[in-house]
Design a protein around this ligand. Sequence first.
Ligand code: PGA
Length: 255
Amino acid sequence: MDKKIIIANWKAYLSLAESEELAKNILKFIKNKKDLPEMVFCPSFPCILPIAKVLKNTDKIKLGAQNMCWCEMGAYTGEVPANLLNEVGCDFVILGHSERRKHFHEKNLDIHYRVKAALEHGLTPIICVGETYEERRQGKRDEVVRKQTIESVGVLDLKPSQRVILAYEPVWVIGSGRAVEPEDAVHSHRVIKQALVDSYSQTEFNLYFQIIYGGSVDPQNLQGFIEHDIISGVLVGGASTKEDSFKGLIEVCIK
Ligand code: PGA
């Protein structure tokens, strides 16, 4: 079985000093550990470069951004293009997080353009999809997740070194402290997988795509998710911003 991946989404929770301290402490913690999961830190933009310096002598933890623009370098005030993410050492980028969809009105097509730009610049996109509570209550969950997947991923001409990660994050569960049941997450992973197999093929799915779960993951519930083959890892907000719970997540993966 492939290594599971833990992607830490620090959102706008941590100051520069707090981000650096957390990164240093996690690095110290994993120093002599074996069988580690794949790990990615996603700090806020101004913290990426200082965290890249903390991680400069390790390949155990990679860096990701929490968003990016579809644009190239140029006259785009306030935006961050993929070239700059390359330059500061990012390998991953979170795209279409529900907080971006909700507060900043990002739509599936915007996200698709970003996904394309990310891949063109060698970044692995982590594309977030998930239904709101209201959509689930109305029985529209599968439909919403399928549509978000098909439209945000769109048509991509994928090459052997590329990889695309889909993160299933039921919106109302994010930051609530109460994750969905693992079987519930598995159901949506199957919906996402089917949407991708229908748009691409089973072979392309196996080659390029992975699906992970996000939404109130913590050291207590992590095992229940990652023991399913279809769940390749987790996208973690709150629990990845505190040293003790982050260490707890790592320990669950190396058990
Ligand atoms: P949470 O956030 O772990 O705090 O629920 C997850 C996310 O928003 O990616």
